[in-house]
Design a protein around this ligand. Sequence first.
Ligand code: ARG
Length: 475
Amino acid sequence: MSDKKNLDSAQEASGESNRMWGGRFAAAPDALMERINASIGFDKALYAQDIAGSVAHARMLGDAGILSDADVTAICDGLDTVKAEIEGGNFDFRADLEDIHMNVEGRLTDMIGDAAGRLHTARSRNDQVATDFRLWVRDAIDAADDALKSLQSALIDQAEAHADWVMPGFTHLQAAQPVTVGHHLLAYVEMFGRDRGRFSDARARLNESPLGAGALAGTSFPIDREATAKTLGFDRPTANSLDSVSDRDFVLEYLSAAAICAGHLSRLGEELVIWSSAQFRFVRLSDSFSTGSSMMPQKRNPDAAELIRGKTGRILGAFTALATVMKGLPLAYSKDMQEDKEPVFDAAETLMVCLAAAAGMTADMAFDRDRLAAAAGEGFTMATDLADWLVREAGVPFREAHRITGRVVALAEEKGCGLEDLPIADLQAIDARIDDSVFGVLGVDNSVRSRTSYGGTAPDNVRAQVASSRDRFLS
Ligand code: ARG
């Protein structure tokens, strides 16, 4: 049942014209033509959507009096059997029947004869594939949303557990100001929340039914597009038949949301790679998400994090591929559009495995509290606190406070100590307005505790944000 075997057997079956559109053709397609043309090797993934669409269409044709009840029953029962055969692995996918639509209909014809030929009344493969693919992408969006929610949940749990653990915050990957681990993790919760928003926006625009648009111009049969739309869970039928079969915006929107999301996953992956390195030692990734080296016994490699980072290229590539396919296509359908599926299937699978791995890694990771606290104070990260103290307690304008603090940092650097280790006499020699109470703001814990502005890093803020994140994203 391999595609290769199907191709070979189709090649042998030369001389017979295609059963679906062969009316005006004398000979079967050349084997090479079949190879470039056939999409069954990948679009069989649409079987469930294709059958659901056909059942909805057949029932509607029956209700509209276009098909007899007997035909509708035969078609729907037959389609049930086809579905069971596919799911049971007993279906012979044939490349000579090109795609999933004709494979399903071909098998239906074998089973129920003439009635199967009536199923395609008032329908074209153009509106059929557009319908199937919308249904498929809709499921992919729902799956991504679920997975993103699980990832957010893991991040929020870790943020809660580490609401008051301090770590260095960075800009330019240079130590900047101390932050709390919980605050850092909640930044990702926001990013993934926006990803969910993008998926949900895309879903709302996607959720219109192209079924009944026909090849491009609509149909002369008295079909009920509202009815099929409703049966398939769409909000309404699409408004313009030409647009219905020409449009793949819904895929591009899914892929762009997926690509942005993959970018976020990649940044998380990158941070985990850095944090788990021997030089940082902020975090230990669990054994389940690390691998050893075949040569260097000491190694613990963060492979999953690296792969999450690396796989971003495939998802962004899928967007680029389809955007390139679609540019410059005249309305309505062109066969180029068959190239819409493989990149999306790959991107969706890739996104799902990355989301699951990110959630697993997040739930399992163990932070090193002492190491984080020590690093939080390295690199004079309390310099801003000193400048702020001068502004607040001594009425010094911020720019001047910045200059004074710069001199304090230079002195500490020269002495090879932290700001908090400088004797008060040294501080006062730089600026007489500094007194003992400055030491109250020079510890990392005090520093993060003081950052209570809305959205700031203070542990109390983090705890409140944990609660509100659960509310906004998990309820
Ligand atoms: N396999 C085709 C695709 O995925 C189905 C639509 C074919 N339509 C056509 N007019 N040849 O795009």
